[in-house]
Design a protein around this ligand. Sequence first.
Ligand code: NAP
Ligand code: F7E
Length: 390
Amino acid sequence: MASCFFKDVSARHRKHGQLVAFPTVSRRLPGAATQESQDVSKRAFVTGITGQDGSYLAELLLGKGYEVHGLIRRASTFNTARLEHLYVDPHSADARLFLHYGDLSDGTRLVTLLAEVAPHEVYNLAAQSHVRVSFDEPEHTADITGTGTVRMLEAVRLAGIETRFCQASSSELYGSTPPPQSETTPFHPRSPYAAAKAYGYWITRNYREAYGPFAVNGIMFNHESPRRGETFVSRKITRAVAAIRAGREEFVYMGNLDAIRDWGYAPEYVEGMWRMLQADEPDDYVLATGTGITVREFLEISFGHADLDWENHVKFDDRYLRPTEVATLIGDPTKAREKLGWQATVDGRALARLMVNADIEALEHASTPWIDEVRLDSWPTPTTHGTAPL
Ligand code: NAP
Ligand code: F7E
């Protein structure tokens, strides 16, 4: 059954006009394999392709010659900013990046899409991924981050395709269990997000044991980049440094500065997930740098890198605290190093400097935001109200 799906699906998609975009790669991508070593025969399906990791993974896989299919949510505004640099003329005959509308809440859509695309590899990166927000939206987080995983696994099973499956699991699973945390460390989730990810972890293992697919968990510690969402602490800090340095802002409001995290560089982690799916046997792996620093140290390094004193610019706001906090996460990536040959090369300190540099540059390229003004006599003059979301 599986082999019948491995026909030229891209041609079929073009014919039926089912794609929302046909982008391809117009330049050699960072980390791209040479022409000789590119694996042009492989097709990957990526959920969460518009997110931080999804965008790096798409870049990596395209560089390796894959045909990449991504699931994107329909939104009233464009949500593909992190993929735009991969976009060229959609009519190009050698397009290899295909985006499909869908949602992890819609199991039927996932089945039909996977049956059509028949990928060799599936990376399930989609999630409501913000820990603090998961306390505000626990049910939605359970539905997407937890149940969404079994919808993907069921979609693979019901589509009858043979594919390798990687679940984006999280160091948040360890919660209050002390470091160093490895593949054998017990879990103690401390948030609705972590509880949902625990379900995703175990259901992936259960499907591996019950039905035998090549399904793995990448238990990833915090990984960041210039493409990190603006409300995660690393990016919040490095954006604030750039804005304060430019004189656009004076203060940034923060929560718990004592938390210790093992921060690494996101492109290295997506490459680690790819390695997991190239292994001989399916297994679960921790991806981490093995070193941790506090949020306070991240602040010190980031502000210091721009010749600023963080203590003059950081204020406390309890809205950034969590009902239950995770004090310390420091991973033990020994298994990934020994079995996959994977090793992080960028630690939290180097990462902070890299991200500050990028946000300073990004600010220099930012244009002034613009929105139309309603010109009706009956219309009130707009004034600013309310607060930003987390
Ligand atoms: P991210 O930037 O928040 O991206 C999340 C992605 O999921 C986005 O593409 C988002 O789409 C998509 N998504 C959200 N809800 C969806 C839904 N209902 N249906 C379909 N797609 C949906 O996260 P990330 O940092 O790249 O992380 C990738 C994965 O790794 C996540 O599962 C995260 O939980 C996990 N993880 C991350 C880290 C880390 O430190 N980054 C560590 C461990 C595990 P929109 O763009 O439309 O919002
Ligand atoms: O918080 C503290 C906060 O939101 C890190 C996700 O990718 O990694 C991420 O989860 C720490 C926490 O990431 C602020 O209390 C202080 O202790 O950047 P974060 P996270 O919660 O560790 C894991 C591995 C994932 O799987 C998740 O998907 O920083 N903190 N002040 C703050 N955090 C935020 N966001 N904002 C603050 O103002």
